[in-house]
Every structure is written in C-alpha cells, then in structure tokens.
Design a protein around this ligand. Structure first.
Ligand code: AMP
Ligand code: GLY
Length: 428
C-alpha cells in the first residue's frame, strides 16, 4: 500500500513515547515496534525480535521494507545497526557505528571533547588497576570513576570515600562486572551543580536543539540511593536559562561535530548531551547517541505537530530550525518501578487502574516494563510505567501526573514523590 511504514526498535518507555508520537503523525504511518511492550501493542504491531539482534532486524526489514526505522537504545547503534540497514538500502534514524562511539566509548568521547575544546571534567584513563588506585589516592575524594564501554548505565561511580573508589576499581577492572567495557577506566574530576539533558537533532551539519529536560537518576527522593535508568523527568528544565542556548550550541554541539568531521565521521541522528551547570558554566558529563529515557517521555509530548519530517531531514541532510514546533505546556513523567529496582525485583504482577488514569485528560501512561499475559497487562521489567502529564506549568503537570500515579497499582510499586520538585525552587 502507499501507507508509510515505520519500524521503532526497542521496548521501553522511550519507545512507547516514540510510537505514540509517530502514531499521531499527519501521514498516519503504519507502526511496528521490535520488540515493543504492552503499551506499544495498542498502537503498533509488535515484532518479536530483540533490539540487539542486528541480523534478525535486518532480515525483517529487508522483507517488510519499512520506509523509516527509528532506533531507541544505544546497543544496536554501537553494534552497527545503522550501517547494516544502510547496506541494504534502508533508511534509518540513528548514527552509524563510528559516530555512536561518542556513547560506546567514554574514552573516545573524552578525546573528542578535549580535541574540540568542549568544556568537560578533567580526566585520566587507566588500564592497570594499581595505577588507577594510586592516582585516585593522589587526587583524593570526591572522585568519579567510569568504565569506558557500555554498562547499561551502571558503569559510573561517584565516590565520596577512597574505600568506595577502590571497590569500584576492583569491580570494574578485576572482577570485570561489565566485561570488556571495564578494560579501560576513566578517573574524572567530580563536578558540582545541577544537571540537565539537552538533545539535539543532527543531519550531519545542522543542529536542531530540542527542549531542555531533567532526569532523576537516583532511586529515592532527594536524590538518594543507587543510580537507576531514571525515575522520572520533566521538561523544560529552568536551570537551562535563555542565555545558555547559544553557548551550548556553539561550544558543545558544533565543536563536537567539527571534530568528528576532522576524523572522517558524520553524525546523523539525535545527540544527547548530559550537562552539569557548574559555577564555571555548562560542562559535558556524557554524550549518548540516542534519545534519553525517560527524557523522551517528557519532551516528545511537548512537540506540536509532526516529528517524521525532522527525522527524515536528519537522514537527508536538510534539517531546518522550524521543523519542530513546541507547545507552551510543561511535561512531567513519573516512573513507577517494581519494588527492589534497581536491584532484584519481581515480574508478572497485574497492573490495575490504567484505564481510569487515561480519563484524566492530558495524561498518558507510557509503558516501559510491561507485557500482555492472557489479555492482562503485567509487569515485566524494573521500570514499569512512565505516568506522563502536560499542563500549563510544571506545578500543574506534577499534580496531574501524581493524580495518575495514585490511580494505578501493582504489587510493590515504588516511585519517587518529588519528581520535578527541584524545578519549583529558585535556581540561585
Ligand atoms: P552517566 O551515566 O555518564 O550519565 O553518569 C551518571 C551520573 O553520574 C550523571 O548523571 C551524574 O549525576 C554523575 N556524574 C557523571 N560524571 C560526573 C562528574 N564528572 N562529576 C560529578 N558527577 C558525575
Ligand atoms: N536518562 C538517561 C539516559 O537516557 O541515559
């Protein structure tokens, strides 16, 4: 048929938000999601292939010929999914393998930033654990340790004691908790300030920065407890003030693109800069080669009108600033997680209240770790849902999101009760 076909790769809250946004596109595309979840199943055809199965996905795409593929997670991008699809003449939104190194190797990213003059934390890298420990002792605490490679968000340690740092070094370099991702360790200066995520669409040349957002990485209120994949997000992040945008465009995104180009690498897709607003100005904590999760859940609902033209323009190299229009409304996403997450947690618990929450107006419940079991929606992952609300201001969005949360339940659900609270306090 003439209907546009779009394949979204991944199965979390970010991918449900993407499928949800693409489903509203004026071209009315037919949507497929691999592997998807119970939420994407309502608006797309779930394709039972893992997001990391490059060969399986390529074979499916060759047979089913999607007009556009949008890649959610980093693993397939770093493994070369874009390159594999392009070889078959398929159109993909997402950087090629060499460009995805900005996320796949923190050492590569740091090297690019230093060559490019991008403001970032000072850093030294080690392949020998004894040398690393010696250096950490010289530097003192607090100090930040990072496994070079992909570690599913678990390879960063902000250490406030030497004992903590030593055990992180051992875990990474000797016990090899992250496999080869921990062969090289970065020891970084600990920055202070408030964080924000800035995502930019990039067509190889042009940069279209999306609205600011802020994640909540720690599992408990007041940013306590271990790091997670993200317990909630809001957009906009008032910590990113008007005057910072030209600086971020010029000194972060533009410089990185120029430096990559010098190295023969063209970046196309979305580039996510995790930024710390330090007393000395914005500094980059990390780059991701994809949309953030749960930032995407808080940013995409604020886009007015179509997203597909901007995604296609990134592929075609004709991205223009007016391709994305924004609602004035603020958006808040509260993650409901399974009890025990980010440690061990149960699965298979029935989720109730989803239909009631849906009636709350500008509220949408993005599914993350869910699946259908005999017609019932049950939990199937650590982050289960992203309850997301739009309102004229952040305060209203927070209230509406938590009204939604209060209507939904599953066994041992846990969530933070302070998502977005930071944004309501004065910044200075
Ligand atoms: P990442 O996985 O690189 O985003 O790091 C996880 C979290 O660790 C970040 O969101 C920050 O809160 C923290 N972090 C990373 N690098 C630094 C740094 N140099 N100084 C202070 N905190 C950091
Ligand atoms: N929310 C953090 C990330 O997507 O990496």
């Amino acid at each position: 048929s003439d209907c546009m076909k779009i394949l979204v790769i991944g199965g979390g809250g970010r991918e449900h938000a993407m499928v949800w946004k693409l489903a509203a596109d004026s071209r009315n595309p037919a949507l497929f999601c691999a592997p998807g979840n119970a939420g994407t199943a309502e608006i797309a055809v779930n394709v039972n292939i893992s997001a990391e199965d490059i060969d399986g996905l390529t074979a499916w795409a060759v047979e089913n010929k999607p007009d556009l593929t949008v890649v959610g997670p980093e693993a397939p991008l770093c493994a070369g999914l874009t390159d594999a699809f392009q070889e078959k003449g398929l159109r993909v939104f997402g950087p090629c393998k060499s460009a995805a190194q900005l996320e796949g190797s923190k050492l590569f990213a740091k090297d690019v930033m230093i060559s490019a003059g991008v403001p970032t934390a000072e850093c030294k890298s080690f392949t020998d654990p004894d040398q690393a420990i010696k250096y950490v002792k010289e530097q003192g605490v607090p100090i930040v340790l990072k496994a070079d490679g992909l570690a599913a968000g678990k390879g960063v340690f902000v250490c406030s004691s030497l004992a903590e740092a030593e055990s992180a070094i051992k875990e990474t370099m000797i016990s090899k908790s992250f496999g080869d991702a921990g062969n090289t360790l970065l020891v970084e200066e600990c920055l202070t300030g408030e964080e924000a995520s800035i995502l930019a669409l990039i067509d190889g040349e042009n940069i279209l920065m999306l609205a600011s957002s802020q994640d909540h990485k720690r599992v408990f209120n007041n940013d306590e407890g271990p790091n997670t994949g993200g317990m909630g997000a809001y957009s906009p992040a008032p910590v990113v003030t008007e005057d910072m945008w030209p600086f971020i465009r010029e000194n972060i995104f533009n410089r990185v693109l120029k430096e990559l180009k010098k190295r023969g690498i063209v970046y196309k897709g979305v580039l996510y800069a995790g930024i710390m607003m330090t007393p000395d100005g914005p500094k980059v904590l990390e780059f991701n080669c994809r949309f953030g999760d749960p930032e995407t859940e808080a940013v995409l609902p604020r886009i007015a009108g179509d997203l597909v033209p901007a995604l296609e323009a990134c592929i075609d190299g004709n991205l223009e600033q007016n391709m994305i229009k924004w609602h004035d409304e603020a958006c808040v996403c509260v993650v409901m997680a399974a009890g025990g997450y980010p440690g061990l947690y149960g699965k298979g618990d029935v989720i109730s209240g989803l239909d009631e929450a849906r009636k709350l107006g500008k509220l949408v419940v993005f599914h993350a770790g869910t699946k259908l079991d005999n017609g019932k929606v049950v939990t199937s992952g650590g982050r289960v849902l992203g309850v997301t609300a739009l309102a004229p201001d952040l305060k209203g969005a927070i209230m509406l999101a938590y009204s939604g949360v209060s209507m939904i339940s599953f066994d041992q659900a846990q969530y933070r009760t302070d998502i977005g609270a930071k944004a309501l306090k004065p910044v200075f």
